[in-house]
Design a protein around this ligand. Sequence first.
Ligand SMILES: [Mg+2]
Length: 234
Amino acid sequence: MVRHRTLVAHPTVLLFDIDGTLVWTGGAGRRAMEATFLAMTGAREAVSFTFAGMTDRAIVRAGLENAGRPVDEASIDRLIGTYLELLTETVRSATDYGVYPGIQQALDAVRGLASFAVGLGTGNVEPGARIKLGRVELADEFAFGGFGSDHEDRARLLAIGATRGAERLGVLREACRVIVIGDTPRDVQAALAIGAECVAVGTGGDSPESLVACGATRAFADLAAPGALEALLG
Ligand SMILES: [Mg+2]
């Protein structure tokens, strides 16, 4: 008997950003990072810049520079370790925390579709991503991703996530439609840098119009907006 392998007409890899795209954390990430710098360098203000679209390791690197501390990979590793310990507590205790409109519906729509690989494309290191998503029971929705622990550069970590998604679909990355779902100009730029589409959402503070002006393929107020789900499904 010939077993027909289902032909994947248009294999699609979705890479979701976390903060400002999937969830809001009520500042839990910032509080953990500030507490980390206070504990490790005495300089909470070293990380008083915006984290939007930055990877965790890039945030720590900039913070160490601002604090006038040696910047080396071992120091970054040490601070990330402390950050993860503190993040567990700030996420647990955050009072303003949730999933943005349309996210659950989008995940429901693609779950089980043979042509879709649903992953993360996030600057969070992987354990931090799991902590943030675990609070809203989304951690198990994403079997793979490109993470801040894979690369400090956002475009590079997205490329890693795209390759992992293609592997799950059993095709080459070049054969896939790759869609980055993000909320910042940095998400858009990194998506374009790897030849991916970017479906942008205005939930993180940047307007859909400004994200289109940055080069987003499509942009919506949130994924519950008319046309947003269709933009993902193709
Ligand atoms: Mg974001």
